[in-house]
Design a protein around this ligand. Structure first.
Ligand SMILES: [Zn+2]
Length: 376
């Protein structure tokens, strides 16, 4: 009798335990699925000198759930603590082949254009993407950042060949765009990798560039794209080795497949299909106002990228004017939000917080869309 009672109690406890584990498991999986399926409402921030708690409270009030942050700002412990407290995910923005300090210390790292000049225009200057030691150092730097700061994601920036695309407008002739990189490192590697020899009769960077583009244009483009994809793969491998759950976002130049005769590959070296297999998100920088485009162009870029890759496409949009004098109005900003959220978008990332903070009206629009009653 007593034995039966004990058995019955043990059975009941066992059943209750199973039920608890089942409910706990379901709840946990729901929470995980929620982060994966939920749209990202993000903001980019590079520097900040105000009160960090206030900043996160404000982001929560606006419905922002992800911050794309510079490693320097994220290295402040209270920034990471507040993010955790407010359940705001942190993606570290990591510039790859844009590195003014490295170029200052070693000008031999400069990529070289088809005009034989260093790849530099105003503030935009690029490292040759085939410098082995530079690549290894950058990957080690990323590995250490992830170990030190334990971010939810990384956001790989300047992962491409040189172009000052911020000032390349719709009427620009494709032939006027610089092609890179024709330094000795790239010329040697290209010849070696595809098994050709540049004739001895062809001299100087300009002549050599013209000869390659004329005779081996497709090989050159594919090889350039491979150079970029291989760097992304190496970064992704090391990032996931350190933290298997880490999310990887890639900043893409917002050129659709046919813009400027396919310059996203020929000039930029971004083959989105190949890149898509190594990252969780592709983020075109859809800064329409700066590029003299309509807001509807934002959705066009997202659609083009999605049709190519079937990846999660996470557009970044601009909040205030850049490079140009005319203002980006509140109405136009709202139009940009609407376009950025249309299917198949994975969310939106605002560039940048300073611009939002400076405009109560734009802040109110964000609040209305992400905390108000507007159906997205
Ligand atoms: Zn090079």
């Amino acid at each position: 009798m007593t034995g039966n009672l004990i058995s019955a109690i043990i059975l009941k406890i066992g059943l209750l335990l199973c039920l608890f584990l089942l409910v706990f498991g379901l709840l946990t999986s729901c929470v995980n699925q929620k982060f994966d399926s939920e749209k990202i409402i993000g903001v980019k921030i590079y520097e900040y000198s105000g009160d960090i708690t206030t900043l996160f409270v404000e982001w929560t009030q606006l419905g922002i759930n992800t911050v794309f942050v510079s490693p320097s700002l994220d290295s402040i412990p209270s920034f990471r603590e507040e993010a955790l407290k407010h359940q705001i995910k942190r993606f570290l923005i990591i510039p790859t082949f844009f590195d003014p300090n490295a170029l200052k210390n070693n000008p031999e790292l400069y990529a070289i254009t088809d005009r034989g000049k260093p790849a530099k225009e105003e503030w935009v200057e690029f490292v040759c993407p085939n410098k082995t030691e530079y690549r290894q150092k950058k990957i080690a730097y990323i590995e250490n950042l992830i170990k030190d700061l334990d971010p939810d994601g990384i956001s790989i920036d300047f992962i491409r060949y040189f172009a000052f695309w911020e000032k390349i407008y719709p009427d620009r002739s494709p032939l006027s765009l610089s092609n890179t990189c024709f330094d000795k490192t790239c010329l040697d590697k290209f010849q070696n990798d595809i098994g050709i020899k540049i004739p001895k009769s062809v001299h100087g960077s300009e002549e050599i560039a013209a000869w390659i583009l004329k005779n081996y244009g497709d090989e050159w483009t594919n090889w350039k794209c491979h150079t970029i994809t291989s760097m992304v793969k190496e970064i992704a491998d090391v990032a996931r080795m350190v933290k298997p759950s880490i999310k990887i976002n890639l900043h893409a130049v917002p050129w659709r497949s046919n813009d400027y005769n396919g310059a996203i590959k020929t000039v930029i070296g971004q083959n989105l299909v190949d890149l898509g297999s190594y990252v969780d998100f592709i983020s075109p920088m859809c800064y329409h106002h700066m590029l003299k485009r309509e807001t509807s162009w934002i959705h066009d870029v997202i659609t083009d990228f999605f049709e190519q890759t079937h990846n999660q496409i996470l557009p970044s949009i601009q909040v205030s004017k850049a490079y140009l004098q005319n203002d980006l109005t509140v109405e136009e900003f709202e139009g940009a939000i609407k376009q950025s959220l249309k299917i198949p978008s994975a969310g939106v990332v605002f560039w940048n917080w300073d611009a939002i903070a400076a405009s109560p009206a734009k802040k109110a629009i964000i609040h209305r869309y992400f905390k108000g009653n507007i159906e997205i």
